[in-house]
Design a protein around this ligand. Sequence first.
Ligand SMILES: O=P(O)(O)OP(=O)(O)OP(=O)(O)OC[C@H]1O[C@@H](n2cnc3c(O)ncnc32)[C@H](O)[C@@H]1O
Ligand SMILES: [Mg+2]
Length: 214
Amino acid sequence: MRKLETKTIVVASHNAGKIAEIAELIGPLGFSAKSAAELSFDVPEETGTTFEENAAIKALASAQKSGLPALADDSGIAVDALDGAPGVYTADWAETEDGSRDFMMAMEKVEKALAEKGATTPEARTARFVCVLCLAWPDGHTETFRGEVEGNLVWPPRGEKGHGYDPVFQPKGHDRTFGEMDPSEKAEGGPADGGALSHRARAFKLFTETGLAL
Ligand SMILES: O=P(O)(O)OP(=O)(O)OP(=O)(O)OC[C@H]1O[C@@H](n2cnc3c(O)ncnc32)[C@H](O)[C@@H]1O
Ligand SMILES: [Mg+2]
């Protein structure tokens, strides 16, 4: 693992919900971070077919543009009964005709696809959130860290606290959705979660334990 020499990094994301979560996870590590959105960097085209490829595309674009190490997060929800869809295309399922995002519409699409499969019992509605973090340097070196959290899809959506698909995802071992949890609970979970519950927090745990080489 390459040592991160600088305390200034770019968070290579344009998603406000993610950026807020990453800021909370990165803050205690003593980094000063600016997001690609704040720096007005273009949104790179995510042409990869895996979370790893897309995370690298985003991290390298910001690292090259800024001359600083950059951390990207490519994430999504994989539904077992839908053979892992929407997966890397999770954001695309929320895209409207005018290019904006509508997550209620996206959650309804998932629900409709599950209904078509007859997936009505909790056992048939399992899913996982995946987060792949890529740390890239301006010279093209990259390191990746993957976190996942298993759970169930609920309907109707519950909770206003999260972002994206949070209101329909209930992590295993919990009776509330991510949308019903405060950000710190989504990140840390309860006593059984070892300090990291969300896919993002789990990827971050690997990043801090193995990636920082402090
Ligand atoms: O690429 P950047 O700029 O980081 O932002 P994005 O929103 O496009 O991010 P992705 O390409 O990684 O797409 C991830 C999708 O998965 C959703 N998602 C990821 N993590 C989530 C979380 O913790 N809670 C709810 N939805 C999440 C998110 O809303 C997006 O629709
Ligand atoms: Mg994206």
